[in-house]
Design a protein around this ligand. Structure first.
Ligand code: AMP
Length: 373
């Protein structure tokens, strides 16, 4: 199947060609026709499946075809749980809507609201938001949801985990009754299933394999190494793979900073991102990483949530995570959208029990490599 066969219009096709996407991912192939027909959608899919384009493309195309296009008001709202995801989704809209007249804006908490309000005042068609900042700006009358015709609830299960369900329930009644709703969640616990029922009218249900199958598409290897030798091993491996962008996971913020210092001293350009760094610094580090300016990023699990880097080939678990599921999320950062990926895990004697748990969860034995001399 091609994007053209999905009846995607010329300006968007051109943007997709720029992105070098040659064919739709499974969720895109299923969701785009349904959403283009104006139907509500229940999408069961995780990050990494291409779900952002699956909702962004039909929204852009429908907005371009709608008569109200020329009026600069918020017509599409995308709610997502984290700042990182919000920024990434907004970047997708910027990319896919490049050859249209539509404007998109993103708002999220933790930073000064002023620049965000200024941008909204200039007029926007599409708004990507985290729930708290959206409610703040609505309360201050900077934003009205009265003209929304497309509404996306992204990562609904994570919204629940992060305690945003009350915020969502406050936002829903502010939306017009007549609209298209696209609802995405990786899992369907009862609370999410009933929320989706209350929000969707006659939805089409689209489901794709969970990213836990990342465990199948990513080449995974293990090094048994004593803790004090881990940094030498990392330096050796990074020097062997000079052309690759690498995401390194550290269990602690302090460990991430320390490792960044060691690598920089060795002339390996890298930056650390974690919860103690300001949002702007984290964003700058991510931008540098995506553009290739920094080759190595060292992240804690929380900071790495939602990091979406196309063509990330290598993930290194410098430390093992506390939970086996986290391992699957970590390695799911590579091998996305059908690309090849490799995950290397450093295991010290104290960490062996976690390797056993991971192997139990993924049903796969990790392949042990010998530490280079
Ligand atoms: P998402 O699930 O939306 O977070 O997307 C995961 C990754 O897949 C992102 O890096 C996208 O840029 C990439 N992607 C999305 N659609 C396609 C496609 N049709 N072909 C190749 N890569 C894609």
């Amino acid at each position: 199947m091609t994007f053209k066969e999905l009846q995607i219009s010329e300006p968007i096709l051109k943007a997709l060609t720029n992105k070098k996407y040659d064919k739709p991912t499974p969720i895109q192939g299923q969701a785009i026709p349904v959403a283009l027909a104006g139907r509500d959608l229940l999408g069961i899919a995780q990050t990494g499946t291409g779900k952002t384009a699956a909702f962004a493309i039909p929204i852009i195309q429908q907005l371009c075809q709608s008569k109200s296009e020329r009026k600069r008001e918020i017509k599409a709202l995308i709610l997502t749980p984290t700042r990182e995801l919000a920024i990434q989704i907004d970047e997708c809209f910027t990319d896919y809507a490049k050859y249209t007249n539509l404007r998109n804006t993103v708002i999220f908490g933790g930073v000064n609201q002023r620049p965000q309000v200024d941008k909204i005042k200039q007029g926007t068609d599409i708004l990507v938001a985290t729930p708290g900042r959206l409610l703040d700006l609505i309360a201050q009358k900077h934003i009205s949801l009265a003209n929304i015709c497309h509404f996306v609830l992204d990562e609904a299960d994570r919204m629940l985990d992060m305690g945003f369900i009350h915020d969502i329930k406050r936002i829903l009644p502010m939306l017009p009754k007549q609209k298209q709703t696209l609802f995405f969640s990786a899992t369907m616990p009862n609370a999410i299933a009933s929320l989706s029922k209350s929000m969707l009218q006659n939805p089409a249900r689209v489901e794709v394999a969970p990213v836990s199958s990342a465990a199948e598409t990513v080449d995974q290897h293990l090094y048994f190494v004593e803790k004090p030798q881990k940094s030498d091993l990392l330096i050796t491996l990074l020097n062997q793979q000079k052309d690759k962008s690498v995401l390194v996971f550290s269990r602690t913020k302090h460990g991430a900073d320390k490792l960044a210092r060691i690598l920089n001293k060795k002339g390996i350009g890298c930056e650390a991102i974690h919860g103690n760094k300001a949002q702007n610094a984290r964003q700058r580090a991510l931008t540098n990483f995506k553009s290739g300016k920094t080759r190595v990023i060292i992240a804690t699990d929380i900071a790495a949530r939602g990091i979406d880097i196309a063509n990330l080939e290598l993930v290194i678990n410098y430390d093992l995570p506390d939970m086996a599921e986290t391992y699957v999320h970590r390695i799911g950062r590579t091998g996305r959208a059908g690309n090849n990926g490799t995950a290397l895990t450093f295991c010290s004697p104290e960490e062996k029990a976690m390797v056993r748990e991971i192997q139990k969860l993924t049903g796969k034995k990790l392949n042990t490599l010998s530490v280079p001399a």
